[in-house]
Write a protein that binds this ligand. Structure first.
Ligand SMILES: [Zn+2]
Ligand SMILES: [Zn+2]
Length: 256
């Protein structure tokens, strides 16, 4: 079965609404916005692979703490899958022995806590039996979306993105995709802000949906938690035959 469990599915932190972390399997997680506060210790110890969509704080937030957790428990190292550019951004600006220790050299360089594994756009790789296709999406920094594919089913995951024809084209070219996780960060009222920060509003998402060549189930995420009610109202006004459901934390999304 192919599924995604949202641990945190919001574009910020507010009360119980948490930054982005999505569990693909017990050992593989996309982004670390809310990793530490969502899993218990045995579950955290099981996590071996982190896929990072981009360098923004809401997505890397728990990565430094997770590294410290793994090292202090004497646990095995873990692997971070991301592009070389994003890897260098995170190394230079977080694991620089100033903001946080360099966990790519701790406890020693031969057996470090964090191993970075560079991935490339459009070059599929496999984790836990799931084929993962990295897609370059349209955000203000280099950013990844994905197609996840297993057993004849596939899920498209937008990451943080504005209007992005590459993402649409991938979905249209892969007929197994019938489930899409698509960001919807701001209400229609804040479209200017969405455009400059390269995110989507429900109205912009509606235009993207018109480009898709089949009916899919769409799960929206990365909503700003303080604007959630307004965004959900705007989502309801999208004219489409597709079923649109705002993602809920801890409610699994199962590939159709
Ligand atoms: Zn974000
Ligand atoms: Zn972002």
């Amino acid at each position: 079965m192919l599924s995604i469990l949202p641990l945190g599915c919001y574009g910020s932190d507010l009360e119980n609404k948490k930054c982005i972390s999505m569990q693909l399997t017990p050992s593989t997680v996309i982004d670390t916005g809310s990793l530490m506060s969502s899993l218990d210790i045995p579950q955290l110890l099981e996590v071996q692979n982190i896929i990072l969509t981009h360098s923004h704080f809401d997505h890397i937030k728990n990565l430094p703490i997770f590294a410290d957790f793994k090292l202090s428990l004497g646990s095995n190292s873990f692997t971070v899958y991301t592009t070389e550019t994003i890897m260098n951004q995170v190394k230079e600006h977080i694991f620089n022995d100033l903001i946080w220790p360099d966990f790519t050299k701790l406890p020693n360089s031969k057996k470090p806590t964090i191993r970075f594994q560079p991935i490339e756009f459009d070059k599929p790789f496999t984790l836990d039996g799931i084929e993962i296709i990295p897609i370059r999406v349209a955000h203000v920094v280099e950013s990844l979306g994905f197609i996840f594919r297993k057993d004849g089913k596939a899920v498209a995951y937008s990451g943080d993105t504005g209007v992005c024809d590459d993402f649409v084209n991938y979905i249209n070219d892969i007929p197994e995709v019938k489930t899409i996780c698509w960001e919807s960060s701001f209400p229609n009222r804040l479209e200017r802000l969405a455009v400059v920060s390269k995110h989507l509003t429900p109205s912009m998402l509606g235009h993207e949906l018109e480009k898709i060549n089949r009916l899919c189930s769409v799960y929206t995420f990365h909503l700003k938690p303080n604007l959630e009610n307004e965004i959900v109202m705007d989502l309801k006004s999208i004219q489409t035959k597709m079923k649109i459901t705002p993602m809920r934390q801890k409610r699994p999304i199962i590939a159709e």
